[in-house]
Design a protein. Sequence first.
Length: 164
Amino acid sequence: MKKIISLLVALVLSAPAFAANLKPFDGPTPALKVQGLDGKTYDLNDYKGKVVLVQFWATYCGPCRKEMPSMNKLLKSFDGKPFDILAVDMGENQEEVQAFVNEIKPEFTILMDPEGEAIAAWNAFAVPANFIIDKTGKIRYTLFGGTDWAAPEIAEMITALIDE
């Protein structure tokens, strides 16, 4: 499976993604209830009332490694506001993920999907696969590929969702 995902990542990387590449989404939001790296169970339903960036990622994904610092900046820029980030690892073991976290130091919640059930439900066919969820729990935007999450355009889109 890693080989297929790696090939898809290479295809996604051939065109850089920017905030303008966030695509509006009109469809159902799959359930997301998985265990975190910290051992707790996280359920997307518990985040209603917040705007949430859900990202499916992997330790071997170059764009994932590159963009996580900008995700930290994005999270900090919304400190005290109803915004959160849930980053779902795509089928790797806890040791691999913990080593990555120790190196990159994401400041948001890391979730584990070792059996790939969430990946399948969300049709996360490439990494990173990003979904911006509104306060009602509905997917509003998607983006397959990396981006600079600290870009002003993204902050504007998230602010608009918070203000709805």
